[in-house]
Design a protein around this ligand. Structure first.
Ligand SMILES: C[S@@+](CC[C@H](N)C(=O)[O-])C[C@H]1O[C@@H](n2cnc3c(N)ncnc32)[C@H](O)[C@@H]1O
Length: 206
């Protein structure tokens, strides 16, 4: 049933996934549903709702990630990082969260899905030092753009990007960006069966 729903949703996008990738996404929703009861991972309880609000909402970011090394800051249960790691198997994602139980869940998902391209890390982002040069810092439901830039500035150099998944276009947040950072691009995202605005906001160092 979840597989059928995923197939129908994917048909409304230009994202092509193999059967294995689709099975991994379905299994991830099953794990989220199972462990949500014990770990309180997301306020979305129903798997069919997760498929739209979490899986598709994260998946539509995949075509907009050039490069091969990203960090998902405040990833929680792995959103968008786990979904993107499934969709982009040649790209590596550090999945960072300060909460131990969420990172334990991510280790379990990594193992269950055989995801070699994710590294779950428990740390406050301000204290984390990447071991490789990162192409971008991703975030979803994490912080204001200003806080994201303040807390994550040390993670990227001038070629890296800050990439935030937002709802309503964050005009006020963009007006109060810290100095040394510039707005590069906004991308309006279409999420099938989701009646809400979604934007990708891309910033870089000035
Ligand atoms: C609202 S949740 C969003 C989770 C996920 N990105 C999503 O879209 O569902 C924010 C997450 O950020 C984490 N977080 C907040 N401040 C943090 C910090 N300074 N460093 C690392 N993680 C942080 C929290 O533990 C929480 O899991």
């Amino acid at each position: 049933m979840l597989q059928q729903q995923l197939t129908t949703l994917l048909a409304q996008t230009n994202i092509a996934l193999t059967e294995k990738q689709q099975q991994q996404l379905v299994r991830y929703v099953e794990l989220l549903t199972k462990w949500n009861k014990a770990y309180n991972l997301t306020s979305v309880r129903l798997p069919e709702e997760m498929m739209v609000k979490h899986i598709m909402d994260s998946l539509v970011v995949a075509p907009h990630l050039p490069g091969h090394h990203y960090i998902d800051v405040g990833t929680g249960p792995g959103l968008p990082g786990i979904v993107l790691a499934i969709a982009l198997p040649n790209t590596h994602f550090v999945l960072l969260d300060s909460l131990g139980k969420r990172v334990r869940f991510l280790m379990h998902v990594k193992h269950e899905l055989g995801l070699d391209n994710v590294t779950p890390v428990q740390s406050r982002v301000e204290e984390y030092q990447p071991s490789v040069k990162l192409d971008g810092v991703l975030s979803r439901a994490f912080a204001s753009l200003q806080d994201m830039v303040d807390w994550c500035g040390h993670l990227i150099d001038h070629s890296g990007k800050f990439i935030a998944l937002k709802g309503v276009f964050p005009s006020e947040e963009l007006e109060s960006l810290p100095t040394g950072v510039k707005f590069e691009q906004k991308i309006a995202l279409e999420v099938p069966n989701l009646d809400a605005q979604r934007h990708l906001i891309i910033l870089s160092k000035d």
